[in-house]
Ligand binder design. Sequence first.
Ligand SMILES: *Cc1c(COP(=O)(O)O)cnc(C)c1O
Ligand code: SF4
Length: 473
Amino acid sequence: MSTAENITPEKLPKKAKAAPPKERRQKPPVDPSVLAHRNLKDGEWWREMPAFADVDEEQFLDYIWQMRNSAYGEEKLVGLIEGVAPDDFIKDVQEGFSKVPMAVRVTPYLLSLIDWDNPWDDPIRRQFIPLASQLKPDHPMLTLDSLHEQADAPVEGLTHRYQDKALFLVMDTCPVYCRFCTRSYAIGVDTDTVEKVKLRVDPKRWEKAFDYIESRPELEDIVISGGDTYNLPYKHVKAIGERLLRMDNIRRIRFATKGLAVMPMKVLSDDKWLDAITEVLMLGRQLHKEVCIHTHFNTPNEITSISKRAMDVLFERGMTVRNQCVLQAGVNDSAETMTELTKKLSEINVQPYYVYQHDMVQGVEDLRTTVQKNIEIEKNVRGVTAGFNTACHVVDAPGGGGKRDVHSYEYYNRETGVSVYTAPSVKPGEFFLYFDPLRELSEEIQEAWQDPKKQKEMCDQAIAEAKARKGAR
Ligand SMILES: *Cc1c(COP(=O)(O)O)cnc(C)c1O
Ligand code: SF4
């Protein structure tokens, strides 16, 4: 063994010298479009709509004014957009109303962000206002509660699917109603086509959920959702937050609200609600437990200077806000739109968390995309910004398998549009099928889906392949 003493400098092996690169690649100057996410809509743009021409900033930033003036139902909506929307568009809206399972409710803020020169193609319009001319027949495999949230609910309004986390639906109203809502079985008022499950603001009902949560030591993480916790009176925000944080088993809670995307002014003008959620956050800090907000922006168009002001307030108070968005055809199903959304969310300190494959919801077939489309978009977006600000693309496996990475299918038949997922940590041994929208399939396959015998064959084929592939590994 050589020791340090008998190694002289001369005997040392020559140091390898890293060769300089033959050529240093310079990045070309960026195209200004790369920085588009920094341009946040500013000024009093809403005044361009006749209905809001006299509304000054103070009024527009008042959340009570926003709620009172929301377009709730057909008449109110038509009243607000008359004079700015084309006549044949209004006719299209009126026909659309009678055919959909969700009630309609849109804030003035969102209405003001719609491009009324071409409302047919506008991504915000598509999410909230149904048009008869764009509705598509449902895929025969669709159901109203495709995620089986009710089957996995030991107590009404509490879905305990995963081991350590549960979804607590505290109420059934929202500041807006989204056409694509997964919970159209419960959210909003009854419509011409659906009578809903009722989940009212009701401390007595909640008590049963609290008892259950306390009785299950494995539960550590509660999603407080709805409906939308924006509509939860501030006293209940505080009471529910404190009740959960004080349970020994609970380590993390999140409040789910789409509010930041559809009515950011609440954070700027409802001091009581803001203070209540901040107090819950502070209590969490003291108890070393995480409290955060999960929100739901779907397009860059929803992010304005008002969103930034609201997020600045939450950021100063130390609130973590993450985003869960839904991939929708004609809304955000392109790499460019998703890239801009990702960067714009990062710009206002919202962390992109999930991009969901559109659930198998009735009445919104026009909004679903293929699994393949989702995979392509993910590939293009990953790498544009920090990894921690890059969403995981998931399919919430129909039938209650939970969220699965969109790439992790066991088998995907792009011809029949059937993808098969498994969920070993949630429901071991089961197979979960997702179905691409009919309009993306060949005519022959579209016809086959109308035939119950062929439906079964296509499903069986996909499951058999999935089993064979699993076996082969
Ligand atoms: C989405 C969801 C959760 C939370 O899951 P994360 O992946 O942690 O965001 C919990 N329970 C149910 C039923 C859910 O759908
Ligand atoms: S805010 Fe959420 S719960 Fe409410 S309608 Fe929209 S998607 Fe459904």
